[in-house]
Design a protein around this ligand. Structure first.
Ligand code: TTP
Ligand code: MG
Length: 612
């Protein structure tokens, strides 16, 4: 870091753009994309009639953003509605307090950006960083950079090529940025701005230079001079209000002031690391990586209040939170397997508050797939509420008065659900029991067992709550995994021809699909969720959702048949199997003599084989 400070300081000392200005290595190519007037565009995409006239997005009494038509009248972000209406009386207002559509749009934009297979880091709802360094390197192999121009604007034209080759790389990156912006527009209808630079700091800060619907590239040697145009140190993204205050108190107000402040002076004010970081930022230097954004480790909501001390009130609060949480869950798309309840208790004697949490495993069978969307029936919601209140009862001694100032609900662990609704494979992916049927063509590889586990292992939870022992009864131990692993081996060795079982042959009608999706959820519950702690085995209160799975169990099934799998099969397959089991010849030897059986050779029957 010190090196880059020295490097940048050296750059500053040169007054003209000479060869020495641009020595150094600038290997990265970073794109920053910001959606134009984001909330307003979301509303205009949803309702095209809003286009072409001034539009403001209202939250409470504030216009949080407006379209560019309104801006041309002088409407600014975060203006009071009354003031905005004075400067633009014809502006239409749309209430933007429900963030659902904005979140959905944000996720869609993020998904589009993932298409380039580069790290994408989401910053807020409408900004993303994309590290295209590797992609640029790939393109360099096939692109003739000699005549390649920058796409969009350039902050300042370079007087010569940087020896490290970054100019050519950034030109390629600018072309990629153009493609990305075009795809966002073509697929989703949003215009965007982009900044292209060799680091995140410059990419972000240069991005709004040409707004809206345009892009700007800045070369490394212009970073320092560009930074000096920023009037306040607060304009630098990682400098917050406290640091700004401290800097101002030392007469460091503009970014130029920061650039000129000797590092030794900064080190007297801040820690050594912080001083170096500030100095570098002021000079336009930033080596922070683009971190791929993943799904959050938990999805939660909290409601705080002055006091709640009646159980029925707590129940109402939780019920309202649950409704909102289920909306977030649906947007997220993952199937929760753990639910955490948090309370903040007020201790009147000590005049203090503290938080307590407990969490419980929940059965994925509570959730159902409806047109590809995760939903919970009324009965499922009741189950969730009963889990919530059971956890609440464990946290609160109801024989004594209590005083709560906050309640919280969160889903803390998830199973990953594959996307792509149209594919039948989607219904089978992540489901070891069904996936095994699909994988019969594959090599007999028991390593698939561990792979399948990792696909569903709980995402690392941030909870430090040690009350995990208070959980719903654990799903069954994953014995089916062995069953499946064996099945794969058996299938390879003994099923007549692997080609007999193609994905196409598993195409089911919609009713059957429903069943299969149930199977997918149920069997995950049973066979895929690893046991988190031995304590869970000792729990005796059977969960409702476990009972669901047992309901309708096949009474006539031979002992080697997994009843969950059987029950989730379409009726006709169940009938076919039952008929076969009634015929001892067929029942005893489904594998050895499948052709003797009247049923078709490619039916599901052959996979109901005794466990060895
Ligand atoms: P911005 O990117 O700051 O603004 P914008 O996208 O509306 O406009 P621009 O064309 O200048 O990029 O913020 C993104 C969204 O965040 C914005 O549409 C509304 C919301 N927002 C708030 O809710 N509160 C705020 O204070 C600001 C600034 C924005
Ligand atoms: Mg924006």
């Amino acid at each position: 870091m010190d090196d880059s400070v020295l490097q940048s300081s050296r750059n500053m000392e040169s007054s003209s753009s000479t060869y020495t200005d641009i020595d150094g290595d600038h290997p990265k190519a970073i794109i920053h994309i910001d959606i134009d007037c984001f909330y307003a565009q979301v509303e205009m995409v949803r309702n095209p009639e809003l286009r072409g006239a001034p539009l403001g997005i209202q939250q409470k009494n504030i216009v949080v953003t407006s379209n560019y038509e309104a801006r041309s009248f002088g409407v600014k972000k975060c203006m009071l509605v009354s003031d905005a209406m004075k400067v633009c009386p014809n502006m239409k207002l749309v209430n933007g307090e429900d963030l659902h559509n904005y979140r959905t749009a944000s996720n869609k934009i993020f998904a589009v950006l993932q298409c380039w297979k580069c790290p994408v880091e989401k910053l807020g709802m409408d900004e993303n960083f994309i590290d295209v360094t590797n992609l640029v390197q790939e393109k360099l192999k096939s692109v003739n950079t000699a005549g390649l121009a920058v796409s969009g604007h350039t902050y300042s034209e370079p007087s010569m090529e940087c020896p490290c080759g970054c100019h050519a790389r950034l030109r390629i990156a600018s072309q990629i940025a153009s493609e990305m912006r075009k795809k966002i527009f073509d697929d989703l209808g949003y215009t965007t701005c982009a900044g292209i630079a060799h680091n995140k700091l410059l990419a972000k800060l240069i991005c709004p230079l040409h707004k809206p619907n345009d892009q700007t590239t800045i070369y490394p040697e212009h970073g320092t001079s560009f930074m000096s145009t920023l009037s306040s140190v607060r304009s630098i993204p990682s400098i917050g209000s406290k640091t700004t205050e401290t800097l101002i108190s030392h007469k460091i107000i503009t970014v130029s002031d920061l650039q000129e402040a000797p590092l030794e002076v900064l080190k007297k004010i801040f820690s050594s690391d912080m001083a170096v970081r500030l100095k570098n930022l002021g000079l336009g230097e930033d080596n922070t990586p683009v971190k791929q954004t993943g799904k959050p480790q938990s999805i939660g909501l909290e409601d705080s209040f002055k006091t709640v001390s009646v159980k029925s009130e707590v129940e109402d609060k939780f019920s309202a939170l649950l409704q909102r949480l289920l909306v977030l869950m649906r947007e997220d798309g993952r199937i929760p397997v753990s639910l955490r309840v948090t309370l903040r208790k007020r201790d009147a004697k000590r005049l203090s508050s503290h938080r307590e949490s407990r969490q419980a495993q929940i059965s994925p069978s509570i959730f159902t797939l409806n047109n590809g969307l995760l939903t919970v029936t009324d009965a499922g919601q009741q189950k969730l509420m009963s889990i919530v209140m059971r956890l609440f009862n464990k946290l609160i001694d109801l024989s004594k008065p209590f005083h709560l100032t906050l309640v919280g609900l969160a889903f803390t662990k998830f199973q990953e659900r594959m996307t792509g609704r149209s594919s039948i494979v989607n219904y089978f992916m992540n489901d070891i029991s069904v996936q095994s049927v699909l994988n019969l063509q594959n090599d007999c590889d028991t390593s698939a067992t561990s792979m399948d586990y990792s696909a569903v292992s709980p995402s690392s939870s941030t909870t430090t709550d040690l009350s995990d022992a208070e959980v719903e009864p654990s799903p069954k131990k994953p014995k089916k995994v062995n069953w499946i692993a064996k099945r794969r081996c058996l299938a390879k060795e003994e099923v007549a021809s692997p080609s007999k079982l193609k994905v196409g042959e598993l195409r089911l009608n919609s009713k059957e699909l429903e069943k299969v999706s149930e199977l997918r959820l149920n069997s995950r519950d049973r066979s895929l969720t690893p046991r988190a702690s031995p304590a869970k085995d000792n729990l005796s209160d059977a969960s409702d959702s476990m009972k669901d799975i047992e309901e309708g169990a096949c009474e006539d099934c031979p002992s080697y048949v997994d009843k969950e799998v059987f029950n989730a099969l379409p009726d006709e397959m169940q009938q076919e199997l039952k008929a076969m089991w009634k015929n001892p010849a067929g029942a005893d030897k489904p594998r050895s003599s499948p052709r003797k059986n009247k049923a078709k050779t490619n039916t599901i029957m052959k996979y109901f084989v005794p466990q060895k």
